[in-house]
Design a protein around this ligand. Structure first.
Ligand SMILES: CC(C)(COP(=O)(O)OP(=O)(O)OC[C@H]1O[C@@H](n2cnc3c(N)ncnc32)[C@H](O)[C@@H]1OP(=O)(O)O)[C@@H](O)C(=O)NCCC(=O)NCCS
Length: 177
């Protein structure tokens, strides 16, 4: 079982108890504002998402970690790795990403989890580099990318929705935690 502990967080695989809190996160329009077409997701869609995230772990040997607060055991959201199939022009690539419930923003949790996921990409998976893709305007997400040492590489458009996207990258061969 793949698990990582940081000072305040446990990054782990998904379990049944994560469905309700993750669906609550997905029901918040502020959380979903910059993701896909910006719509919220219901319980059924969240269950499909978690199932897909778990399949990616099994197929790729990496995936999106459920992020749990060590102090309370609450699910804060996710951080981790995925293949960005929604943007074929960047493939082959591995993306690092994050999504937390609103009550968990502004406390450094996303960056703490993201650093751990980057370490995992480098040390456990031996990846040479990862990218991260944000809709232009999602400053909070680009702030996390910057703090990880990622740099903007190109701008493009979402192939389905047409909105502008910015792709950040990091060369992990030059990365020192
Ligand atoms: C993107 C997202 C994960 C960023 O979360 P976040 O809480 O803003 O990110 P961080 O973990 O970097 O924390 C931000 C702030 O917490 C503050 N903070 C408070 N306590 C802290 C601590 N102990 N350690 C570090 N930072 C702390 C910092 O001031 C930091 O801001 P700064 O970098 O400007 O100084 C969050 O906005 C989100 O879930 N958004 C919706 C989903 C989404 O858009 N995902 C990305 C799609 S591309």
């Amino acid at each position: 079982m793949t698990e990582i502990r940081t000072p305040r967080l446990l990054l782990r695989r998904w379990c049944d108890n994560d469905l309700a809190p993750m669906a609550e996160i997905h029901a918040d329009p502020q959380v979903m504002r910059w993701i896909g077409d910006g719509s919220v997701r219901d319980l059924e869609r969240t269950a499909e998402d978690i199932e897909r995230w778990e399949e990616e772990w099994d197929e790729e040997g990496f995936g999106l970690f459920a992020v749990e607060l060590l102090a309370s055991g609450e699910l804060a959201g996710f951080a981790g790795l995925s293949v960005p199939t929604f943007l074929p022009e960047v493939l082959p690539a591995v993306e690092i990403g994050w999504r937390l419930g609103r009550q968990f923003w502004g406390q450094g949790y996303a960056s703490e989890a993201a650093h751990a996921a980057l370490e995992f990409a480098l040390q456990d998976r031996g990846l040479d580099g990862v990218i991260s893709i944000a809709r232009v305007g999602n400053d909070a997400s680009e702030n996390v990318m910057r703090k990880l040492g990622m740099v903007p590489e190109r701008e493009t458009k979402h192939p389905v929705y047409g909105h502008p996207l910015r792709v950040h990258t990091i060369d992990l061969s030059e990365y020192h935690a």
